[in-house]
Design a protein around this ligand. Structure first.
Ligand SMILES: C[S@@+](CC[C@H](N)C(=O)[O-])C[C@H]1O[C@@H](n2cnc3c(N)ncnc32)[C@H](O)[C@@H]1O
Length: 289
């Protein structure tokens, strides 16, 4: 069978070896800068995922690649490496039961006291937003929930990630059809403009209420002026080891209002012995009042 038929080429077959020492150097970097933990058994995965990247860059060893990362004046090469070994994969309405719970339980419960106090300030943070789908989803749900009252609320979504590439997609607001496949038709019509080639563009009124920023969750200080009512940090902590996760959960706790909610990914858990968060339903926790 020819390489044409198999979809591979000689290029794909030649591989660059990743020594134990090179693997340790790369793992140390992503752990120190982004909290991403690569246990030794991930060495093969890293080797396989990075083959094409090295070849594309004309590099013949992982030592060269490591030096390229550490000598760069920006964080982006390391972020790109992190992106190859983690994933930016996301889509609209991912883990939908969370959104149902948000609109049916969390939003009514959290906004009622604010309304009574005439304090129309409601803040959500989407931490590890990747290419923006989850953040736009939160803004849409907020608009649906508040309805005609939306304009009197200072409600918005802060969305952060370490990846500039992912944030550029988020800021652009253009999505291919499969990313919005789970979105109900009425949401598509209301919040998106259909472009040629099955591209769906987020409408300006939705875009203006989502602020995208680069932010590393490993920063010791979370520089937010006011606490959040709701934080979504889903499918991000899977890459962190336990001490890193526990410390991050504590920082989330500190920047939530009493009674505020933290949504995490369904494959993630919070160590309840080291945190005061109250378990609500799978992958949802609340800071006690
Ligand atoms: C799989 S995506 C999750 C997207 C979305 N939250 C979801 O559940 O669909 C994981 C994101 O976490 C980001 N990430 C990983 N480590 C991070 C860190 N230390 N600080 C901020 N973002 C990080 C990655 O860049 C990636 O975009």
């Amino acid at each position: 069978m020819s390489s044409h038929q198999t979809g591979s080429s000689v290029d794909d077959i030649v591989s660059v070896a990743l020594s134990e020492a090179e693997f340790e150097n790369l793992s140390r970097l992503v752990y120190e800068r982004f909290g991403i933990y690569l246990p030794p058994e991930k060495r093969t995965m890293v080797t396989v995922r990075l083959q094409k990247v090295l070849r594309r860059m004309g590099m013949t060893s992982f030592r060269q690649y490591y030096e390229y990362i550490v000598k760069s004046s920006s964080n982006e090469p390391l972020i790109e490496f992190a992106n190859h070994i983690t994933t930016n994969h996301t889509f609209f309405f991912r883990e939908k039961d969370h959104f149902d719970y948000l609109i049916k339980r969390v939003l009514p419960e959290m906004t009622a006291p604010l309304k009574r106090r005439q304090d129309y300030d409601f803040r959500m943070w989407c931490a590890g937003c990747s290419s923006g789908e989850e953040a736009y989803m939160l803004a849409m749900l907020m608009m649906e929930f508040f309805g005609a009252e939306y304009s009197m609320w200072k409600a918005g979504v802060l969305a952060t990630d370490i990846s500039e590439k992912a944030l550029a997609v988020a800021d652009g607001g253009d999505y291919v059809e499969e990313r919005i496949a789970l979105l109900p038709e009425e949401y598509k019509r209301k919040y998106f403009q259909a472009l040629p080639d099955k591209i769906w563009r987020v409408k300006p009124f939705l875009k203006q209420d989502v602020v995208f920023r680069k932010f590393n969750l490993m920063n010791d200080v979370f520089p937010f002026k006011k606490p959040f009512h709701v934080i979504f940090c889903r499918n991000v902590m899977i890459y962190f080891d336990k001490p890193t996760r526990n410390a991050l959960v504590q920082r989330f706790y500190d920047c939530l209002v009493p009674g505020g909610y933290l949504f995490i990914g369904h494959s993630e858990t919070i160590d309840r012995t080291s945190s005061d968060f109250r378990y609500i339903i799978p992958a949802l926790y609340q800071k006690p009042l």
